[in-house]
Design a protein. Structure first.
Length: 368
């Protein structure tokens, strides 16, 4: 892929940091409690033919599977919201508990990332990731912690956003062979009516996180095309690089003469567990599992999945509060402008879903 120049890079950084504006953001869906370990988010937003916004995400209460004790409810509810006033307010219209999403003999231990997708005028899909009470492959049994399972991605399909109760649930992404990618989760829809979905993987050791992508086949199932489309970095995101959203860039200003291209928002982590800091050194947020920081990639659409990393040495999205966590960015381009939502750490270290909006006029001013 042809590399973009420094002027384009500067414009990308300025544009993206105004989209993910930490100070301007306001809470649109709070978690169940305002304290550490409680979140809402990990999903996306889309619009229907009436211009109404639909939002999917999961509620997560305190619990930590990394210690292998299965303590706490963790991801306990997948929820669908609707806004009829351009994101001023959101109303919950449907939700699913862990037990409601079970479709076989395996228990669901936790819910994480999700994505809403419209494939046609009459078909909607909800992709969601769950940890099922599935055993590790026999050769890796010793690595499985008590009370944990294996993550995979499932799908709910319906003819109506208001009739998911009578829909079909099927498991679409699992790892059967490449156990360095044993856990598959956090689906991302590449674009409206797209046949590509991106996903995050973790090895059986939970030592890192990567991004892969899958393609829909003629049977409406998905086949893994690439388990890892971005290489591990060497600084602030050496442990995890999880793409969470793709935003087509408006072709104005410095992007007017470029081929169609996109920003890819991603979560990065320096380590999987919190590291202590030297009291005499630079004190800074250091992203770790469940408290990631954010950055961007750039890519020409025709070259996907080849991407150019923009946030190389430092993250570009850090909450000014709590742990600094700023993750699961989602961006939606509409006729009126761009809606952006993400999980943002607060002073109490909870992570509500926050929202920012840039109008077409503001976008034009930024990029002109």
């Amino acid at each position: 892929m042809k590399q973009i120049n420094s002027i384009i890079i500067e414009n990308l950084i300025q544009f993206s940091t105004q989209l993910v504006n930490q100070e301007k953001a306001r809470i649109i869906v709070p978690p169940n409690s305002q304290k550490k370990g409680y979140w809402f988010g990990g999903g996306n937003m889309t619009s229907d033919e009436h211009g109404h916004l639909w939002l999917i995400g999961r509620y997560r209460d305190h619990g930590d599977s990394r210690k292998g004790v299965g303590a706490g409810p963790r991801g306990l509810e997948l929820a669908l919201f609707k806004s009829e006033d351009n994101a001023s307010t959101f109303r919950k219209v449907m939700s699913w508990s862990k037990s409601a999403l079970e479709s076989d003999y395996l228990r669901i231990l936790s819910i994480e990332g999700s994505a809403l997708n419209r494939t046609s005028e009459s078909t909607w899909e909800i992709f969601f990731s769950v940890e099922r009470s599935r055993e590790y492959p026999e050769s890796l049994n010793d690595y499985q912690k008590l009370g944990t399972g294996v993550w995979s991605v499932s799908r709910i399909t319906s003819n109506s956003l208001l009739d998911f109760d009578n829909s079909v649930v099927d498991e679409i992404l699992t790892c059967d062979k490449k156990f360095e990618h044993l856990h598959v989760k956090d689906p991302v829809v590449w674009g409206p009516k797209s046949d590509h979905i991106l996903f995050c993987t973790h090895p059986f050791t939970w030592a890192s996180g990567s991004t892969g992508y899958a393609r829909r086949n003629a049977s409406n199932h998905f086949e893994i095309a690439d388990w890892c489309i971005v290489e591990k970095a060497h600084s602030w995101d050496i442990a995890t690089t999880r793409i969470t959203s793709r935003l087509p860039i408006p072709q104005i200003g410095p992007f007017a003469d470029l081929a169609p291209c996109s920003i890819y928002f991603f979560d990065g982590a320096e380590c999987m567990n919190a590291l202590s800091q030297n009291a005499s050194g630079l004190q800074r947020p250091r992203g770790y599992s469940c408290e990631e920081l954010g950055g961007i990639y750039f890519g020409f659409d025709q070259d996907f999945p080849v991407l150019q990393k923009i946030s190389i040495l430092h993250p570009h999205f850090i909450s000014p509060w709590g742990t600094g966590c700023s993750r699961y960015v989602d961006a939606l381009l509409t006729n009126e402008g761009i809606h952006v939502s993400w999980q943002q750490s607060q002073k109490d270290q909870s992570q509500p879903l926050v929202h920012n909006f840039l109008s077409n006029k503001e976008i034009s001013n930024l990029l002109s």
